[in-house]
Design a protein around this ligand. Structure first.
Ligand code: CA
Length: 226
């Protein structure tokens, strides 16, 4: 069962969405404030977040930004109340996957939700196997080859690589990696991340001075390019 978090301060809309999505066989979590939305968005394993732009405490725009900065990759559907806010959602490129303007039709909303979930499924499926340069990675079997020869990666190296690939072309900060791959159970330093990247470069690119795929972005972090 897919889990959807709805962050909405209007109790009638929140209740309406909860009933609608539950009837559609989704597991629904709700948050009436941006603060609670952020907490649940970071903590829970979600398939989708439906986020109201106009919230009384932390507005939807900041919730969205903070989730993305924390490395939360969950797809996000933004609800806006006025048509002029649509431009804002699109123009700011705050990291939402789609948006709908209130009042919205239930059928349209469900269509959008299913479209986003289908897209996510396709991305995740694609990532079972991934090829770049002379490297072929099978994330499901945790097997990797470079120039046809087997390369051994640790479970955590697979996790780091997968996170970078899922954010292909984007700057990934050390904090995002620490947050996603290490979580909070251990206390690694950002230096740990650097060592993992070095190890991955050595194994997958053969050299570490002029990487072509696992790039360093000065003072910001790393970027994977295919
Ligand atoms: Ca609102």
């Amino acid at each position: 069962m897919k889990t959807i978090l709805v962050v909405e301060d209007d109790p009638a809309i929140l209740r309406g969405l909860q009933e609608l999505l539950t009837a559609e066989h989704f597991h629904v979590l709700t948050a009436p404030t941006g603060t609670q939305g952020l907490m649940l968005g970071k903590k829970e394993n979600l398939d989708l977040i439906i986020l109201d732009l106009g919230l009384p405490d932390v507005n939807g725009e900041d919730v969205c930004k903070q989730l993305r900065e924390a490395g939360v990759p969950t797809p996000l559907l933004m609800l806006t109340s006025k048509s002029q806010e649509m431009d804002k959602v699109l123009g700011l490129e705050m990291g939402a996957d789609d948006y709908m303007t209130k009042p919205f039709s239930v059928r349209e909303l469900l269509a959008r939700i299913h479209a986003i979930l289908r897209r996510e499924h396709a991305i995740k499926k694609d990532l079972d196997e991934y090829a770049f340069g002379s490297v072929v990675v099978d994330f499901r079997k945790q097997e990797t080859t470079r120039k046809g020869k087997a390369v051994k990666l640790s479970v955590r190296e697979y996790a780091v690589l997968k996170f970078l690939i899922l954010h292909e072309g984007e700057v990934v900060t050390r904090d995002m990696l620490l947050n996603d791959v290490w979580g909070y159970e251990t206390f690694p330093t950002t230096r740990t991340v650097d060592n993992y990247i070095l190890a991955l470069r050595k194994k997958l690119e053969g050299e570490t001075t002029t990487p072509r795929h696992l790039l360093t972005v000065h003072t910001a972090g790393y970027k994977f390019v295919k």
